[in-house]
Design a protein around this ligand. Sequence first.
Ligand SMILES: *Cc1c(COP(=O)(O)O)cnc(C)c1O
Length: 236
Amino acid sequence: MKDNLARVQERIAAAARRAGRAPAGVTLVAVTKTHPPEVVEAAYLAGLRHFGENRVEEAAPKIEAVAAWLVGQKLEADPPAWHMIGHMQSRKAEDAVGPYALIHSVDSLKLARRLDRFASETGRRLPILLEINVSGEASKYGFTPAEVAAALAEIVALPSLHVQGLMTMAPIVADPEETRPVFRALRALRDDLARRFPQMDGRHLSMGMTDDFEVAIEEGATIVRVGRAIFGERRI
Ligand SMILES: *Cc1c(COP(=O)(O)O)cnc(C)c1O
């Protein structure tokens, strides 16, 4: 895993430099879904501080186990940031407000409203990204580029949410180069929305996974979500 991680980090840095960007401007979220807490702990010790999970139910006990381990190691002063990257039913919103530093997968107005309600009860302004279905595949969640502005007009006014940008998943293709137009479109959409909605903080573009993260970085990704290239094939 350490070797895989070093290679991924080198590839991130090289892609950033190709685009004239600082490697530090790209945050690596290590996607630990299907992997047990021990894998997260090893990754933490290898230096990773951002972890991504796609299911609230799977993640909750894992986050607790890692937190207890940190206390045992006297490392609790340097906790990792957890990222929710998967589709969430809005009735799970309450469970997502506490543990997550950033929710990447806000894909409906209903979910945004519920997250806002529960975040307001904690007194916290919850950072979120809006998930965009750029490619229009029926199997994918997310706002279409055509409908997102209308939703954003309401979401930017929700007082306990902090919209920090957009997220997308590219289609699965044979050649990663084919994903470039999707990433380019997400960036253009972010630029357009940030112009139209000054209250939106458009700092993040969460895009790029194992098969396409270098192209995503060349197109402006500030967050890449990488699982298999670090941890190998998933366990389920
Ligand atoms: C699983 C997952 C990833 C990571 O995928 P890999 O191909 O393992 O890098 C990234 N983003 C989301 C939303 C995921 O569900």
